[in-house]
Design a protein around this ligand. Sequence first.
Ligand SMILES: Nc1ncnc2c1ncn2[C@@H]1O[C@H](COP(=O)(O)OP(=O)(O)OP(=O)(O)O)[C@@H](O)[C@H]1O
Length: 224
Amino acid sequence: MIEANKVSLRYADNTLALNEVDVKINPGELVFITGPSGSGKTSLLKLLMGMEYPTAGTLKVLGQPMKKGRSGKISRIRRKIGPVFQEFKLIEGRTALENVYIGMRFLGMSPRKMKEYATTALDRVGLAHKKLSPVEKLSWGEAQRVAIARAVARKPHLILADEPTGNLDHDNAVKILELLKSFRSDQTAVIITTHATHLIEDEKDATFLYVNKGSVSIERRGKE
Ligand SMILES: Nc1ncnc2c1ncn2[C@@H]1O[C@H](COP(=O)(O)OP(=O)(O)OP(=O)(O)O)[C@@H](O)[C@H]1O
């Protein structure tokens, strides 16, 4: 589902954010990306989302080569990806339900189906009772769960979460990780960057990508 061969990313100012990364991720994998601040974790997620392109090497996501000039095909791939980024980009003045709809707007679904999927997603994140609340009236943790509902409502094949445990106390960080992990399925891989290594060190069935100064090493644990 993801195949990176000697992928590098050099930004316009010449910063080498990723250096010859080789990684293969299979459908249904749970992946944690860890590493020091500035090591390249977000850059890796941006490549997977098609927000940046490799400046060397080859990257395929869900069978699609991720390179410049393929924006039509890449936007079709993006529909199969559910991103949860640090700044949630929820739309104020709109309800939780409307914010989840917005994530599905380009999928060509009927309004009835969209409502059904959005309602199910809000239910899964424990916010059915807040679906008609404007998002600015929600707590930070609730807003984060709306962002997760928005990412998962379309039933993506790949969920990408950038530092979802940041800004959360221990109990809520554990809950958010459990919630994200619950969306893993045979078809859906879940990839999470986190600084909270103490919360994931006991994971027995997961893949760990350790990023250090743009290099990535991989450890696979569990059911092979
Ligand atoms: N748009 C950009 N232009 C130039 N350099 C960038 C850009 N974005 C990130 N960088 C640099 O690339 C390197 C990797 O950054 P990245 O954001 O991927 O790290 P990170 O591991 O996600 O860090 P953090 O844990 O602090 O979020 C850093 O040196 C950063 O300063």
